[in-house]
Ligand binder design. Structure first.
Ligand SMILES: Cc1ncc(COP(=O)(O)O)c(C=O)c1O
Length: 379
């Protein structure tokens, strides 16, 4: 890479932080000085504001996206001996959170077009022990919620949505996180709404489930009782400083999402005619949040190296599907049962995407990808 070319990162957290720094500092200091460090006014107000934005009755803040999934499953009654069907093409928190409830996760393959769980394969995996389906809205593209809810209703299953990558995505005109029994969001710093540390939340319209979530994140405490426990919970609360910081960022989330969608349109135009597969176009009523912009590319690893040499960041989400992870070796799962996840893991590549990305930067990424394939065609 020559010195005069500015790198284009995959994410750009610094620009957003610099822009909001005075407000973030003020909010964090105010939260500290208030000495309400846990479950105070910032948390309460954040929960109200986020619930309003998603269009649900309840938001229960917690310590991370992983803890949100664990709490929501437990609150929905999932425990030892139960099976939860999910995708193997996701971050490990999806499955480790299932295991932490004592339940067993069961994988269904993915739809090769959307990278989300294949509902027909979910149906094949249902047994007497199945208690829930856990779809992940991967890359911010909503899972096929219409078909998932239909199947769940038919079989009396709970649906817990993993919305960690899908703030403000919509399926059938409804915001994700408000479709299943509960939605689980991550506010990990790189997420579309990111804290300055770990944080997450659960969204739901179910009053009873919301009460159980509030208790489970707070050691299992009975409502309004200091040392009586209705449930066995843990210490999984969001702290006031993170809630205060998230409240500074929340009013910008809709604009940031629009910027991501605009950048995605620039990519679609700039990559037209290039032999890569673009993210799917959602049907009417569906909206994606573009947590990342993921293409499917032949010679993916060579392309990634070519981009890196030219200062362009990229990443593979995910190079090793969960059934192949050393952590799950003891399960003896067969990769041949998941042919679409196998293929996707070899071909997907996420390229720079962040709200502040400029049209010129996107054009440079597109030209570089085009040049990679043209150079290939002339050899
Ligand atoms: C799909 C998915 N699920 C769950 C999580 C867990 O979120 P957290 O890192 O906040 O625990 C993440 C975050 O990386 C994720 O991408």
């Amino acid at each position: 890479m020559t010195d005069d070319i500015k790198p284009i990162p995959l994410f750009n957290l610094k620009e957003q932080y610099e822009h909001l720094k005075p407000q973030i500092h003020e909010a964090a200091l105010e939260a500290l000085d208030s000495m309400h460090w846990l479950l105070g006014p910032q948390t309460q107000q954040f929960e109200e504001e986020f619930a309003r934005l998603i269009g649900v009755k309840h938001c229960i803040s917690c310590s991370s996206g992983a803890s949100a999934i664990q709490i929501a499953l437990k609150a929905a009654g999932i425990s030892e001996g139960d099976e939860v069907i999910t995708t193997p093409f996701t971050f490990i928190a999806t499955t480790s959170s299932i295991s932490l409830t004592g339940a067993k996760f069961v994988f269904a393959d993915i739809d090769p077009r959307t990278y989300n769980i294949d509902v027909q394969d979910v149906e094949r995996k249902i047994t007497k022990r199945t208690k829930a389906i856990l779809p992940v809205h991967l890359y911010g593209y909503p899972a096929n919620m219409d078909a998932i809810m239909h199947l769940a209703n038919e079989h009396g299953l709970k649906v817990i949505e993993d919305c960690a990558q899908a703030h403000l995505s919509m399926a059938d005109g409804v915001m994700v996180g408000g479709i299943g029994d509960a939605g689980c969001f991550s506010f990990y710093p790189s997420k579309n709404l990111g804290a300055c540390g770990d944080a997450g939340c659960i969204t739901t319209n179910d009053d009873e489930l919301a009460d159980a979530c509030r208790s489970l994140r707070h050691s299992g405490r009975a409502k309004d009782k200091a040392y009586e426990y209705d449930l066995e919970g843990s210490t999984l609360r969001m702290d006031e400083v993170q809630a205060a910081i998230l409240r500074v960022k929340l009013p910008h989330l809709a604009d940031w999402t629009e910027q991501r969608r605009k950048a995605a349109a620039w990519y679609a135009e700039g990559l037209s005619g290039v032999p890569v597969v673009l993210p799917p176009t959602p049907p009417a009523g569906y909206e994606q949040s573009f947590y990342v912009y993921t293409i499917r590319a032949e010679k993916r690893d060579e392309l990634q190296a070519y981009l890196k040499e030219r200062g362009i960041g990229s990443a593979v989400y995910y190079p090793v599907p969960l059934y192949k992870q050393p952590a799950y070796k003891h399960l003896n799962l067969n990769p041949e049962d998941f042919p679409e996840a196998e293929k996707a893991a070899k071909e997907v590549l996420s390229i720079p995407m962040f709200p502040e990305i400029t049209e010129e930067q996107v054009a440079r990424v597109c030209e570089t990808i085009r040049a990679f394939y043209e150079q290939d065609a002339t050899v």
